[in-house]
Ligand binder design. Structure first.
Ligand SMILES: Nc1ncnc2c1ncn2[C@@H]1O[C@H](COP(=O)(O)OP(=O)(O)OP(=O)(O)O)[C@@H](O)[C@H]1O
Ligand SMILES: [Mg+2]
Length: 363
C-alpha cells in the first residue's frame, strides 16, 4: 500500500495532449476514480502510473519516492483490464497463483494466500474450474483476486466492469469496493460511467481533453460541480440548463427564466462571485431533473405544459415546456398528468446552480 502523487503529469502523442499537467495526490488506501468521456486521457494516465506509458513531462511518486523511470515490474502495482485476460489453460487456482509463483514465494505461503483470496472473493467452489467454465462476472472476480492477492502497493483498474451485463456490473462493483476496503489497497479506477464512479469512489477526478476539471468526494462533485462540463457529465438524467438574466435585488438574486422570475438566496453563489452580480448580467442556470418535483411545496416554483411522461417505476420523468424550452422533472407515478396538461414543479433554491456563460465556471 502506498500514497500516489501525480506531479504535473503530461503525456503527448504528437500534437495531442492525452494527459495535460495532471496534479493529483492519493493518500494511502484511497479509492480514486478517473472519470470522463471517451478519449479524455483516463487510460493514458493509468498507463503512466503503471509504467506502461512514459510521461512526456512531470513525475509520479509512490510514498514520496520518484518512480517515473521505473519499469512496471519494479513498481509493485497490479492491473485489472476490461477483458479479464485469464490464462485459459490454467485452473482458477493456478491463475491466482501465477503472480505469486513469479514472486518466488514458497508453495505453503502461496496456498495460504490463495485460500484467503478464495474466501474473500467467494471463489471456493470454482477453484478447480477453467476460465471457460465461468460466467463473465466470475471471471472478473478471479482477475481482481489475482491482482489483489499479490498485495500490491497500488491497484489499477481500467473499465473492469464494462464487459459485464447490467446486474453483474452492479454486483461485481460491490465486490470490488468491499475487497478494496478490507485490504486497504490504494486504488485508481477508470470509467466513463458516472454512476459507477459515484458508487465506488472516495474521490472522483473528472477529466476532459487531458485536463483535470474537478476532484472531490462524489457528493461534493454532484452537489457543487465546478463548471458546466462537470455539471452536465455527472448525474442522470442530465441537468436542465437555462440561459437567464440575473441581478442582485435587496440581497437576493433575481433570475428571469422565460416569463418566470425566481428569487434565490445569495448563498447559491460563491461570495467572491456576488460582487460581480450587482448589475444585470447573463448566466446559465442549472437544475437537476431529480430536484424538480411535481406539486411539491418548495421555495421555488416553475410551471409549464407536459409533452411526455416516462415511467421508470419508483417515479416518472415528465418532460415539460417552460418558456419555450424543454425541461425534465419528476412526478409520483400515480399523479402523472396527461400530455398537454399544465404542471407545477417545486424546487429547493439551494439545489440551483449558476454558471458564467463565458468561462463556464460555477458562480
Ligand atoms: N498510442 C497512441 N498514439 C496516439 N494517440 C494516442 C495513443 N493512445 C492514446 N492516444 C490518444 O490520446 C487521447 C487519450 O486516449 P485514452 O486512451 O487515454 O482515452 P480514454 O479516456 O481512456 O478513452 P476511452 O474511454 O475511450 O477508453 C485520445 O485522443 C487518443 O486518441
Ligand atoms: Mg480508456
Amino acid at each position: 500500500m502506498a500514497s500516489v502523487t501525480l506531479d504535473r503529469l503530461t503525456k503527448q502523442f504528437g500534437a495531442v495532449s492525452a494527459v495535460d499537467a495532471l496534479d493529483i495526490t492519493l493518500p494511502d488506501g484511497e479509492f480514486l476514480t478517473l472519470l470522463g468521456p471517451s478519449g479524455c486521457g483516463k487510460s493514458t494516465a493509468l498507463g503512466c502510473i503503471a509504467g506502461l506509458e512514459k510521461p512526456t513531462a512531470g513525475s509520479i511518486l509512490f510514498d514520496g519516492t520518484d518512480v517515473t523511470e521505473r519499469e512496471p515490474h519494479e513498481r509493485n502495482i497490479a492491473m485489472v483490464f476490461q477483458d479479464y485476460a485469464l490464462y485459459p489453460h490454467m485452473s482458477v487456482r493456478d491463475n491466482i497463483a501465477f503472480g505469486l509463483r513469479q514472486q518466488k514465494l514458497d508453495e505453503a505461503t502461496i496456498a495460504k494466500q490463495i485460500d484467503a483470496a478464495a474466501d474473500m472473493l467467494d471463489l471456493g467452489q470454482l477453484m478447480d474450474r477453467k476460465p471457460v467454465q465461468l460466467s463473465g462476472g466470475q471471471r472478473q472476480r478471479v482477475a481482481v483476486g489475482r491482482a489483489v492477492v499479490r498485495n500490491p502497493a497500488v491497484l489499477l483498474m481500467d473499465e473492469p466492469l464494462s464487459n459485464l451485463d447490467a446486474s453483474l456490473r452492479v454486483q461485481t462493483r460491490t465486490e470490488i469496493k468491499r475487497l478494496q476496503r478490507e485490504l486497504g489497497t490504494t486504488a485508481v479506477f477508470v470509467t466513463h460511467d458516472q454512476e459507477e464512479a459515484m458508487v465506488l469512489s472516495d474521490r472522483i477526478a473528472v477529466m476532459r481533453a487531458g485536463k483535470l476539471q474537478q476532484i472531490g468526494p462524489p457528493m461534493e462533485v454532484y452537489r457543487q460541480p465546478a463548471n458546466l462540463f462537470v455539471a452536465s457529465f455527472i448525474g442522470s438524467p442530465a441537468m436542465n440548463f437555462f440561459e437567464v438574466e440575473i441581478g442582485l435585488e435587496e440581497g437576493a438574486i433575481r433570475c428571469r427564466v422565460g416569463g418566470i422570475v425566481l428569487t434565490l438566496p445569495s448563498s447559491v453563489v460563491d461570495a467572491s462571485s456576488l460582487a460581480g452580480i450587482g448589475a444585470k448580467r447573463s448566466a446559465i442556470l442549472g437544475i437537476r431533473p431529480t430536484d424538480l418535483m411535481a406539486n411539491a411545496e418548495r421555495d421555488l416554483s416553475l410551471e409549464g405544459e407536459v409533452f411526455l411522461v416516462e415511467p421508470i417505476g419508483p417515479v416518472s420523468y415528465v418532460d415539460v415546456e417552460i418558456g419555450g424550452q424543454a425541461v425534465k422533472g419528476l412526478c409520483e407515478p400515480d399523479e402523472a398528468p396527461g400530455v398537454g396538461q399544465p404542471i407545477r414543479f417545486g424546487a429547493q433554491a439551494a439545489r440551483v446552480h449558476l454558471f458564467d456563460p463565458a468561462s463556464e465556471r460555477r458562480l
